[in-house]
Design a protein around this ligand. Structure first.
Ligand SMILES: Nc1nc2c(ncn2[C@@H]2O[C@H](COP(=O)(O)OP(=O)(O)OP(=O)(O)O)[C@@H](O)[C@H]2O)c(=O)[nH]1
Ligand SMILES: [Mg+2]
Length: 304
């Protein structure tokens, strides 16, 4: 067929190929969805952004230390949203170590009840080594998902202190999942997780010490802290309601604050790959230029 679909196999796809992929994806082709999201990850995302005109999509961020129960929590949330008839996408983001086959397999098992549901999409977003990394890939991926009529996107990221601020900037709310015990709270504080949290959840509340951890976290942050036994679905309705309540309370100031972080992190990403950067750095390094002037030239600002 002359749809332009074949064009994407060689070199960058054109607008016609992107449109054909969108049609195929809307028609239920998971392969087409995957291809669109792969475009969002890489340097060809420009054609995607030009071709897709979609409004915002609801994004719920779920972050926390490794093994805290983020995926289990997300699987429970997917179930709750599906009961309400919403189309749900799960995007697992790990900027430092893109999901290995094994990790995806583990999540697939957790998500087993959802993988065959045509109204649920589960995908990991690999950003290592790709132009612009996370800051550039996530908004493009969200635009694809919005265009495919997903109602809510659940964004899972491992909270190890690198990308939480960027993730939090696209999510409303950002849910931080921790476990009972002082160790998690300390680790979360160190990783800057408490600052990005809109909602704090102590998962694995079937274990000892949950009530104490809830109290400690409340004192430290002033936030309401929910308890969860994600593996049994306990506390999930309360979590869904807290997410809804937070979303309802969104206002222009909060939207502007999130937009500010997004613009700044994307701008910094673009500056890192600016074609003039290496030349300016060399000039400053060997004393031919002064650092103030070089910074202004990089930003194309007039000299002071
Ligand atoms: N006891 C108990 N175990 C849980 C609960 N929720 C999750 N787990 C277990 O904790 C382990 C990690 O759960 P995941 O959901 O994979 O955690 P994660 O935060 O997504 O892990 P990574 O993505 O690898 O960082 C699994 O063995 C789960 O079965 C819970 O409420 N109680
Ligand atoms: Mg996980």
């Amino acid at each position: 067929m002359g749809t332009g679909l074949s064009a994407h196999r060689e070199g960058p796809p054109g607008p016609a190929a992107v449109a054909a992929l969108l049609d195929a994806a809307r028609g239920g082709s998971r392969r087409a969805v995957g291809r669109l999201l792969t475009l969002a990850e890489g340097p060809e995302r420009g054609v995607l952004l030009d071709a897709i005109d979609a409004g915002p999509v609801r994004v719920v961020g779920v972050t926390g230390p490794p093994g805290a129960g983020k995926s289990t929590t997300i699987a429970a949330l997917v179930g709750a949203y599906r009961e309400r008839g919403l189309r749900v996408a799960v995007l697992a983001v790990d900027p430092s170590s893109p999901y290995s086959g094994g990790a995806i397999l583990g999540d697939r098992i957790r998500m087993a009840q959802h993988v065959s549901d045509p109204d649920v999409l589960i995908r990991s977003l690999a950003t290592r080594g790709h132009l612009g990394g996370l800051a550039a890939a996530v908004p493009a991926a969200l635009r694809v998902l919005a265009a495919l009529d997903f109602d809510v996107v659940l964004l899972e990221s491992v909270g190890v202190g690198q990308s939480e601020v960027e993730i939090a900037a696209v999510a409303d709310p950002t849910v931080v999942v921790l476990n009972p015990g002082a160790g998690d709270a300390v680790q979360a504080a160190k990783a800057g997780l408490l600052e990005v949290a809109d909602l704090l959840v102590v998962n694995k509340a079937d274990r000892e010490g949950a009530a104490q951890t809830v109290r400690d976290l409340h004192v430290e942050t002033g936030l309401a802290v929910l308890t969860l036994v994600a593996i049994r679905g306990e506390g999930v309705p309360e979590l869904v309601e807290a997410i809804e309540a937070h979303h309802r309370a969104d206002d222009p100031d909060r939207r502007a604050a999130r937009a500010r972080v997004q613009v700044l992190s994307l701008a910094q990403t673009l500056l890192r790959s600016h074609p003039d950067l290496d030349g300016l750095v060399a000039e400053v390094g060997d004393g031919r230029s002064d650092v103030y002037g070089a910074a202004r030239r990089l930003l194309a600002l007039p000299a002071e």
